[in-house]
Design a protein. Structure first.
Lengths: 326, 740
């Protein structure tokens, strides 16, 4: 761990002004950042503690949407009665992640910013294009059982580890980001970046910007949604593959569908092809399997992670089945 | 007579542990302690060509940087288990510039604070001349060799004509089974605090063997054993990785010497993955031949394991196959390959545990070929004597274990065919396997001290890894002394105490409790003597063997106890602060006459969701014959822990080395999965609870319960997975990718 300064800010303006000076990293729950600092993967010169900012409310908006402060703890968000009734898949996804202790610390904004569990990213002995652009990727020909098959590039195959973000993708959330020039809203599907040639750039958040809120639109998906997470043990474990799905069904016909994947992609993954297959089809296992096949079209595996293609399909079919019965 | 032995007594150390007051190794408050951080190699094979330390030496708070270039002379200890001089690896730390595996200690930083030491450690730049490492067993097979012995047991043996019997057998089965590298991962990482006082050294440790630590560290440092005091009152789990002496215990000592003040070295979880042993990967090939009625005619168990380039430790997978079942033709062979990985060491039931995965999986496969119930197959092949040593068993209730566990499990309702039991859309599988572990006993000594307030200290240089030794020691003392268990204090984990063996090999109960019984009897004898001879004795004119000391009172034989004196009154009247009894016992000629072995059986239900490749171990019933149960509560907990550890072995645990450079990529508890509560469901632990009549001469009859509980769990689960799905997984762990 490298020496760093630490300061607290009490309002958004102050936070942004401080961040504009450069070399500063916001810290909220610290559940990822502090770990990575101990590993010398993150080496901020200054930590700016934003926990005192008034961004810890979950609020109904007049247009029927819901606004979640960036500092709302994962545990509080998962247990909120509005989230549980109207956005059940989000509650399920959060509760499938980490442990109760971690969820009580981790925040909504921090969860979106969490970094990959790639072994090689977390060990500075190895080359990593994410840590050091151009250094090379040790995972590509290393032990890549937990790595991505979707959205990969020849520079990076690291998965995005979030469960929460996968549900947000399925729910068409927006992320509100505030900078010196005001606030902008970014669709969650555009918030995270594909690695491409620049795997060190993971989100659209620019230096000096602060995530303030996440909003969830009102939608027809409250009735039928589900999160399925497949992993090496029953709890406290990252996904090998996960699926967040939501269905709008009339009779036996799917009117619209959302399918998002975790654990298999370099960013929280929206499977639009799967949604297209589902829309208008009869809600049954055959259609679900077709959708799952569509979702994994274009998947690229490496030596140890080919199983993820099939595992992800199974997760999708199970999630759609669960959602239909929901 | 009170009967503490046999009672479900809550652990005496429970309260201090749950209130955070039990001092584990790193917790001892030592004034002026400096902090050390060990630096590990990042290459697996080669030489250190340069160590640049000036940046680190000039960093704030740094007191010393020690490495092979400036370390004091260290000496290789005898490296002999029997003489308590057993290091984890033969090579001593900082011996030379050679690097044998990734994670080897190459330097140590000492600083005023832990943070300063950690920071300075990052400033040390080490240059290497890298050579290609040999990491994988298959790549090293050409250089496989035949190691001779494992703790005195030959590693290649044959009886009869296995090849001939196999070629003539009515039914045969042949398959390969593999288990991965696994790590002990106790909750408490190893730690060492070294305090020098002149030429005398106190080491605060977390060790399963204070006597071994003392002698081995003494030889390594080249000082007299008497100059070293090992203190290890609490151990946060060991499972074998704290049995032998690993380099950190020597590093803290040389660092403290160098900076002339106490030094604490606390390993990180990452250190634990290469600095205190692991279970080797195993590749086992099993051939079985049987008659149509299930009688085994041949067993051939061939094993390849890894060992390091700085030590020979062999995971003796096949040795159990020599006697677990009756069979006239048996061949067992072990080969080892030397690879550039850290040194393996005993891990809970070394040999038996991975060995039974192969043998008990193979038996299950044979049972299907014979269209026979797997329990029936095992009963048909029951070994009435140990056919390897040709000795009768001291006692054996394996059939009773099968019967008890099967009945409790309702095994009779099992359908023989795979994929034939369901719970909705979930496949249900029932599998079973035999468990076994030797009944080891070693010499041990103890003291029992009766104090003037009537309380009792029971004392031995044994250790409590969390299994319950604090409590069982007090139980037997309570019974012999006739003093309530609440009034008994257990003192252990200190090399100044009467010597005791390693807390390994499940030998503690059988080794220490008889010694305590003798010591308590000795204390009572001295008490009676004192009572008979004290001035104004109410017992004057009675020979001391006509006096009874029992239930806290001393009184004439045949008289009402109330007519005599309380123990404490005898001490008070004679102005004695205490009476101390001594006891020393050990195994004798019974070892030449009998085979001492514990047995058991696991019956497992799994629920497999085939669409999402998920296995849940929904129900386990295990029964064990381990002689007398001293404390059903702590023994049951050992059962739970063995079963849960077995669930981890079966379904998730595996350490992954990157074969390119030999680094461990899963060296933390997020990437190395062990079971969490959500993975453990219904577990019932049953005991036959019949004393072993020969293991001790005092009628206690307890064999150990620590290791047997994990043996056989993994194959029982794999067998259940096959029964559920028709998929035979011969390569642990059974992760979702293998069931797609």
């Amino acid at each position: 761990m490298q020496p760093f300064s630490y300061e607290k800010v009490t309002n958004e303006h102050e936070a942004i002004e401080r961040a504009r000076l450069g070399n500063a990293t916001f810290v909220a729950g610290g559940t990822t950042l502090v770990d990575l600092m101990k590993l010398n993967v993150e080496v901020p010169a200054a930590l700016v503690d934003i926990n005192a900012l008034p961004l810890n409310q979950i609020e109904d908006q007049s247009d029927g949407s819901i606004r979640i402060g960036a500092l709302v703890r994962n545990g509080d968000l998962a247990q909120d009665s509005r989230i549980q009734s109207r956005y059940r898949v989000l509650s399920q996804a959060i509760l499938a992640g980490a442990s109760a202790q971690l969820r009580n610390m981790a925040t909504t904004g921090g969860n979106l910013m969490q970094r990959t569990r790639c072994y090689y990213f977390r060990d500075p002995v190895y080359p990593c294009n994410k840590r050091q652009p151009g250094a090379g990727c040790a995972a590509m020909d290393g032990y890549n059982r937990i790595h991505a098959v979707l959205g990969v590039s020849d520079k990076c195959i690291a998965t995005h580890p979030s469960d929460m973000a996968v549900a947000l993708v399925a729910l068409d959330a927006s992320v509100h980001i505030r900078g010196a020039n005001g606030e902008r809203a970014v669709p969650i599907t555009e918030f995270h970046l594909l690695p491409g040639d620049t795997p060190h750039r993971e989100t659209v958040v620019r230096p000096g910007e602060l995530i303030t809120y996440v909003t969830l639109p009102s939608g027809p998906f409250g009735a039928h949604s589900a999160y399925v997470k497949l992993r090496d043990r029953a709890s406290y474990e990252f996904a090998l593959a996960s699926a967040a799905v939501a269905l709008q069904v009339e009779g036996t016909t799917v009117r619209s569908a959302r399918v998002a994947l975790g654990g298999v992609a370099t960013k929280p993954w929206r499977a639009l092809q799967a949604e297209q297959v589902l829309t208008g089809s009869t809600a049954n296992t055959a259609a679900f399997r077709n959708a799952a096949d569509a979702a994994l079209t274009g998947a690229v595996s490496r030596r140890y992670n080919a199983y993820k293609i099939e595992l992800a399909k199974r997760a999708i079919v199970r999630a759609l089945t669960d959602a239909l019965m929901d | 007579m009170s009967t503490a032995v046999g009672g479900s007594i809550s652990r005496k150390d429970g309260w201090v542990k749950v209130t955070g007051r039990a001092p584990y190794a790193a917790d001892h408050p030592i004034a002026g302690v400096a902090h050390a951080v060990a630096i590990q190699s990042t290459i697996a094979n080669g030489r250190i060509t340069a160590i640049a330390t000036s940046l680190a030496e000039n960093a704030p708070g740094v007191l010393a940087v020690i490495h092979h270039g400036n370390a004091p002379k260290l000496y290789r200890p005898e490296n002999d288990f029997m003489s308590a001089t057993k290091p984890g690896e033969a090579r001593v730390v900082f011996e030379d510039d050679r690097v044998h595996y990734s994670g080897q200690y190459v330097a140590i930083i000492v600083a005023e604070t832990l943070e300063q030491a950690r920071y300075a450690a990052e400033l040390v730049k080490i240059s290497y001349a890298v050579e290609d490492p040999l990491i994988e067993t298959d790549a090293a097979l050409d250089s496989a060799y035949l190691p001779d012995e494992f703790f005195g047991e030959k590693l290649t043996t044959k009886r009869g004509d296995p090849d001939g019997a196999l070629s003539g057998a009515a039914v045969t089965h042949e398959a390969s089974y593999t288990t991965p590298i696994e790590h002990h991962n106790p909750m408490e990482p190893s730690a060492s605090i070294a305090v020098w006082n002149g030429d005398e050294l106190t080491l605060y440790e977390t060790t399963q063997w204070v006597a071994g630590a003392r002698k081995t560290v003494a030889q390594t440092l080249g000082i007299a054993e008497e100059k070293i005091h090992i203190v290890s009152p609490f151990i946060g789990g060991g499972f074998g990785c704290k049995g032998f002496v690993w380099p950190h215990s020597v590093l803290s000592a040389i660092a403290a010497k160098k900076v002339n003040r106490p030094v604490k070295l606390n390993l990180t979880r990452k250190h634990m993955f290469s600095a205190c042993g692991h279970r080797s990967e195993t590749k086992q090939h099993v051939r079985l031949g049987a008659e149509r009625n299930g009688r085994l005619v041949a067993i051939d168990h061939d094993t390849v394991v890894q060992t390091s380039t700085v030590e020979e430790f062999v995971e003796a997978c096949g040795n159990t196959s020599r006697f677990l079942y009756s069979c006239p033709n048996v061949r067992v062979r072990h080969r080892a390959v030397r690879v550039n990985v850290a040194t393996p060491t005993p891990m809970r039931a070394p040999g038996e545990n991975p060995g039974l995965f192969a043998l008990e999986s193979a038996l299950d496969e044979l049972a299907y070929k014979l269209n026979m119930d797997p329990v029936e197959l095992r009963i048909v092949n029951h070994a009435d004597v140990n056919e390897h040593t040709r000795k009768p068993w001291s006692s054996k209730y394996l059939k009773e274990c099968y019967r008890m566990a099967a009945e409790h499990f309702e095994w009779a309702r099992r359908a023989l065919q795979p994929e034939s039991m369901r719970d909705g859309n979930v496949l249900v599988g029932w599998g079973m396997a035999t468990a076994t572990y030797p009944g080891i006993r070693s010499p041990g000594a103890a003291k029992v001290r009766l104090l003037q307030d009537g309380s009792v200290d029971v004392i031995s240089a044994t250790q409590d890894m969390g299994g319950g030794t604090y409590t069982t020691m007090a139980q037997i003392a309570a019974d012999v002394m006739g003093v309530a268990i609440e009034r008994i204090r257990t003192v252990l984990g200190d090399s100044l105490l009467p010597p005791a063996p390693v807390s390994g090999g499940s030998m503690t109960t059988a080794s220490i409790l008889p010694a305590i019984r003798k010591a308590a009897q000795d204390a009572l004898s001295k008490l009676r003597q004192l009572a008979a001879t004290m001035p104004a004795s109410p017992f004057t004119n009675r020979p001391h063997d006509d006096i009874v000391a029992e239930g806290g009172r001393v009184f004439p034989k045949g008289a009402d106890p109330s007519s005599g004196l309380a123990y404490e009154d005898v001490l008070k009247r004679t102005n004695q602060s205490e009476i101390e009894g001594e006891g020393y016992t050990g195994p004798g000629p019974e070892r030449d006459k009998f085979a001492f072995q514990s047995f058991g059986a696991h019956f497992v239900e799994v629920k497999v969701d085939p669409e999402i490749a998920t296995v849940q171990v929904s129900r386990v019933v295990s029964a064990f014959d381990v002689g007398r149960i001293v404390n059903p509560k702590t023994a049951r907990s050992q059962g739970y822990s063995g079963v849960i550890m077995g669930i981890g072995m079966a379904l998730m645990e595996h350490t992954v080395y990157d074969s390119r450079d030999g680094s461990i990529v899963t060296s933390n508890l997020a990437d190395y999965a062990i079971p969490v509560n959500a993975d453990a469901h219904s577990i019932d632990i049953l005991f036959v609870d019949k004393p072993d009549p020969f293991i001790d001469s005092d009628g206690l009859g307890a064999r150990g319960v620590g290791e047997i509980t994990v043996t056989g769990v993994a194959p029982a689960i794999a067998n259940a997975v096959y029964h559920a799905t028709g998929r035979r997984i011969r390569d642990l762990p059974i992760t979702p990718d293998k069931l797609l």
